[in-house]
Design a protein around this ligand. Sequence first.
Ligand code: PAF
Length: 318
Amino acid sequence: MTRHRIGIIGAGAIGQLLFQQFQQLLTNTPPLANGLWVQLISREPESVQQSLCFTDINQHEQQTVVDVLGQHSPEIAKLDVIIVCVKAYQVDDLINELLPNLAPNCHIILLHNGMGPHINLAQRLLGYPQMGLSLATTSQGALRSAKWHIAHTGIGQTIIGHYSGITLKQPIKNILLKAIPNASWHDQILSALWQKLVINCAINPLTAFYQCRNGQLANDEYKAEIKQIIAECITVAAADNVELEMLACHELVYKVIALTSNNLSSMYQDIYHQRQTEIDYISGYIVARGTHHQIAVKANNINLQRIKRLEAQQKSPS
Ligand code: PAF
């Protein structure tokens, strides 16, 4: 029997959510999941048996005991695919630790907010000719109320697509698209990632700086700022050969603000809990690419500096 071995590394809210969704596929569609083996992998060195609690979208709660692999487990060498669900700023270090232990033909999928780590990784994978890299973005909502308890809070959309190297095998693609609700394969993955980046550039730093829920950004006082952020993103995207349309991006940003009006954005939460944010990979990515192309990106730079200041205040003793 062919085995498809999928690992999900990063046991945060999205990592645990994906793991639960694969578990549901195993339970509900055994023929499709025939030969499927899915492992949750934490950043801890050792494997542990863990009781995971999952509240699904219909508020049903279930508890399962599973082996959560440690990052150094020899099982990692058997994976066909590894889905990397850590924060953008953790990707480089994690990949450095993982690469020597992966199978020579393992396929890597990056799934995080923001953009940037794929560039270095694709470059590194040139030395691994049997490997491939896909990128993904998701707007599924997951709330982590305790280390091993997550709730699925919003169906959202997940988009996956090929970026470099060897392409993902069709049977594994089918499994991913079946397991993750509302998931689709996109041939133009960079365009999808850029659209998500525009949303994150408009919502995340503003909600973190003004300390508000996403919905408050629909108020008139933020209109000019949001418009300028979007316009700068579109200009930079065009210089990077990705065509985005102003009206469509504008509508998309306000649609997400409305759909997630009650949400506290991930950056709001990071600042609130005094954690490092993903600003370098959100507004910071626009500033870096803008600088590269000599394009002025004032509004995104203001946001980058604002959030950097908030992060610095967390570090300095008051
Ligand atoms: O980072 C986030 O919080 C989310 O990507 C989004 C879409 C802005 C909703 O809160």
